[in-house]
Design a protein around this ligand. Structure first.
Ligand code: HEM
Ligand code: HEM
Length: 181
C-alpha cells in the first residue's frame, strides 16, 4: 500500500504550497519590476528579499513533497503535445523558483553589510561568499530570469483558464482549494 492515495485532485499540502508560492512570487515580480519607476516601492525591497528567501525554502519543501506525492492524472483527452507543454512549463517553474532567489541572494552578497539582509527584521540571513564577478552574474541573471518568469506565468494562467473556461475539464479544479467540477 503506497503512502499516498492517487485521486483526481492535488493533495491539500500541494495546493496550499502552490497558491502560497504563487502569491509571493507575483508580489516579488511586481515589486522587483516596479521599484525603479515607482519610488514609493523602494522601501519594499527588504521585504522582496525576505519573501524571495521564503520562496526558496518553501520550494525546496515543495519539490520533496512533489517527488513523494505524484500529480493526479490529467484528463485522458488532453493531447500528448499539450501534456508535454504543461510538464515543460512546470519543470521550468521549479527551476526558476530556485534560480530567482539564488541569483538575488548572489547579487546582494556582493555588497554585504552587517544586518543588511534579514528575514522581516526577525533574524539575519547570512550572505553568500561570492566574488564580485559572481555577484554581477547573479544581478544580470536575476533581471533576465524575472522577465522569463513573468512570460511563463502568462502562459501558465492562459493554459489553466483555457482548461477551465473553454475545455471545461477538471484541470483547474484539481489545483483549487474550493472549485469543484
Ligand atoms: C521569488 C523570488 C524572486 C523573484 C520572483 C524576484 C523578482 C525580481 C524581479 C522581476 C526584479 C526586477 C529585475 C530587473 O528588471 O532588473 C528583481 C529585482 C531585484 N531583486 Fe528579486 N526576486 C526574487 C528574489 C530575490 C532575492 C532572494 C533577493 C535578495 C536576497 C532579491 C533581490 C533583488 C534586488 C536587490 C533587485 C533590484 C535589482 C536592481 O534594481 O538592479 N530578489 N527581483
Ligand atoms: C507565479 C505564479 C505561479 C507559479 C510559480 C505556478 C507554478 C505551478 C507549478 C510548478 C505547477 C506544477 C505542479 C506539479 O508539480 O504538478 C502548477 C500547476 C498548476 N497551476 Fe500554477 N503557478 C502559478 C500561478 C497559477 C495561477 C494564477 C493559476 C490559475 C489561474 C494556476 C493554476 C495551476 C493549475 C490548474 C495547475 C495544475 C496543472 C496540471 O496539473 O497540469 N497557477 N503551477
Amino acid at each position: 500500500m503506497p503512502a499516498y492515495e492517487r485521486t483526481d485532485r492535488y493533495s491539500t499540502v500541494a495546493i496550499w504550497l502552490h497558491w502560497t508560492i504563487a502569491l509571493l512570487v507575483l508580489v516579488n515580480i511586481a515589486v522587483g519590476l516596479l521599484h525603479d519607476p515607482i519610488p514609493a516601492l523602494r522601501g519594499w525591497m527588504a521585504g522582496h528579499k525576505a519573501i524571495g528567501i521564503t520562496v526558496l525554502v518553501l520550494t525546496l519543501g515543495r519539490i520533496i513533497w512533489r517527488i513523494t506525492h505524484p500529480a493526479p492524472p490529467l484528463p485522458a483527452d488532453v493531447p500528448a503535445a499539450e501534456k508535454g507543454l504543461g510538464h515543460a512549463t512546470h519543470f521550468a517553474f521549479y527551476a526558476l523558483l530556485l534560480a530567482m532567489p539564488v541569483t538575488g541572494w548572489m547579487m546582494v552578497s556582493g555588497s554585504a553589510k552587517p544586518g543588511g539582509l534579514t528575514w522581516f527584521g526577525l533574524f539575519d540571513i547570512p550572505y553568500l561568499s561570492v566574488s564580485k564577478a559572481t555577484s554581477g552574474f547573479g544581478h544580470a541573471a536575476h533581471g533576465v530570469l524575472g522577465w522569463l518568469m513573468l512570460a511563463l506565468v502568462v502562459l501558465h494562467v492562459a493554459g489553466a483558464l483555457r482548461h477551465h473556461l473553454i475545455l471545461r475539464n477538471n484541470v483547474l479544479a484539481r489545483m483549487a482549494p474550493a472549485v469543484r467540477r
